[in-house]
Design a protein around this ligand. Structure first.
Ligand code: S3P
Length: 202
């Protein structure tokens, strides 16, 4: 169960849903809340939600930790690139618009130049960002992230956050998701999306 939207957020959501012309793609670090916020955003907009990590596991018929363990990170990245391309309609004829939906991507997806270019071309990319303490706290709740299984998770998260910041910053929409409830972040995402659509004459 997700909490009900405030009436102000519900009004913005209805308006954004009417103006939305392509998929909304959430990018950003592990633990920032892309899946939780994405699921709520899709529900608020009345569109479908897809988690790219789930779609990769489904396509491979393997869990992400098993893909990393058996085939290594480059193999995972290759699968990630192909799955996201498919989810963004790369197989559609030229000029055909991909279905409007919310897509949450894994933390490394937008770092890949090819995937990033496709997301920027075919979707509205939102960089969901949070401070290091929030990322450390949220990622500690699960042990399904191979990149955090070795070494000190805080150091790894700090390094990746630094290395990836320039890529994430290419998303035209930037929303800070402090360690408050996802419902509050959802309101900020809806307002940022609305402003972005207006800037693009929609
Ligand atoms: C990764 C993030 C994970 C998953 C994989 C690699 C990364 O997704 O794709 O473990 O490189 O940051 P989440 O961001 O959903 O945790």
């Amino acid at each position: 169960m997700t909490a009900a939207l405030t009436s102000a957020d519900a009004a913005v959501a209805a308006d954004v849903a009417r103006r939305l012309d392509r998929p909304v793609v959430l990018v950003g670090m592990m633990g920032v809340g892309k899946s939780s916020v994405g699921r709520r955003l899709a529900q608020a907009l009345g569109v479908g939600f897809v988690d790219a990590d789930d779609a990769i596991e489904e396509a491979a018929q393997m869990t992400i930790p098993d893909i990393f363990a058996q085939f290594g990170e480059p193999h995972f990245r290759d699968g990630e690139r192909r799955v996201i391309a498919r989810l963004l309609g790369s197989e559609l004829p030229d000029g055909a618009a991909p279905q409007v939906k919310v897509l949450a991507t894994g933390g490394g997806a937008f770092v890949n130049p090819e995937t990033r270019a496709l997301i920027l071309e075919r979707g509205h990319a939102i960089w969901l960002d949070a401070d290091l303490d929030t990322l450390v706290e949220r990622t500690a709740r699960k042990n399904n992230r191979p990149l955090l299984q070795q070494g000190n998770p805080r150091e790894t998260l700090a390094r990746l956050r630094d290395e990836r910041a320039a890529a994430y910053a290419q998303a035209p929409i930037h929303v800070l998701s402090g360690n408050g409830p996802h419902q509050r972040t959802l309101g900020n995402v809806l307002n940022a999306l609305s402003a972005h659509l207006a800037e693009h004459g929609r």
